[in-house]
Design a protein around this ligand. Sequence first.
Ligand code: PMP
Ligand code: GLN
Length: 383
Amino acid sequence: LNRHLASQPVTIFTVMSELARQHDAINLGQGFPDTEGPQDMVQVAANALLDGRNQYAPLTGLPELRQAVADASLRFQGIAVSADSEVVVTSGATEALAASFMALLEPGDEVVLMEPLYDTYLPIIRQLGAVPQLVRLEAPDWALPRQALEAAFGPRTKAIVLNTPMNPTGKVFTAEELDFIASLLRRHDAYAICDEVYEHLVFGQTHVSLMTLPDMRERCIRIGSAGKSFSLTGWKVGYVTACAALASVIAKAHQNLVFATAPNLQRAVAFGLAKDQAYFGALATDMARKKDILSNGLTRAGFGVLPCNGSYFVMADISALANGLDDVAFARQLTEQARVTPIPASAFYDSQSGTPPKNLVRFAFCKREEVLIEAVSRIERWK
Ligand code: PMP
Ligand code: GLN
């Protein structure tokens, strides 16, 4: 058996969702909306099935979706992209990440990552024989620790993983922070895997792709997800944008992993990406309102709620409520007794190095407002 996989625990999202089900709790753990995505997109997908769009799609994606990704890239980030040679459609951003790591990394290569981090990066990097170099961001503002980041780069550095807007912190990297990261990439001749699945879920700040900075066009692999941009997480349609030299190797990884993504869903996502600014603006405005409802409610209930500028998630300090319990025990207790489920934030730290903070949990606010209000009142009643 492969020791990396065999020793990997079941993902915290599955563990907490199962616990929520057992206790009939409101699941603010795993990040998925509790409403359907745009009905017109669902209709396009359904029509495509009935139209006989049921055989393999082209390996790198339907031409209409690759074109829609290229158009959106120009429209939202000003990045001109060739739909033919610089876009690869994948089965979710999860596959896009794995394919990007496979395309870039050889055993012994080092990858710089920032903790807390999304849970699929490290296992794949390690399985490829590459070596993570972790840099920790600190609550409450998660500012980029420039010295530590600089020190994490060295002669073996192949790439950095940059997730902005960031899961689980809700941080949106500032222009100055992106400039600093770009300077390190130039100096060390390194790449960036840019996980931008929450690109349209930004509140009061602007999302800037690292790829738009000087000299970054050929160094960045930019990853998006229809799951997040259209509240259709179950569809698992993702897309990669990268220069042709990188995209062609990512396509080889995709060829071995999945080969092709469901054609009816691709057609519907192409339709969705052509939506006007009103759609994308409303998505962010709606999500910002949900963030405020949950953040204000959790603050009233006694949590130390941290600022959040993007994503589906808000982090909360449990110290005033936990009676000395750590985040894992507290998340379990909140599920069993208050019947509200968060994710213990220690799950977003490398289990193989260092001690994670034990005073933070992550709540997802991508839920209907009445659900968020009920979750807060359950916590108030339980306290
Ligand atoms: N990256 C981040 C930061 C995420 O939060 C997620 C989804 N939860 C993914 C990647 C994976 O996206 P997808 O569902 O499209 O595979
Ligand atoms: N990205 C979602 C989250 O962070 C969950 C994805 C998953 O369950 N794999 O909660």
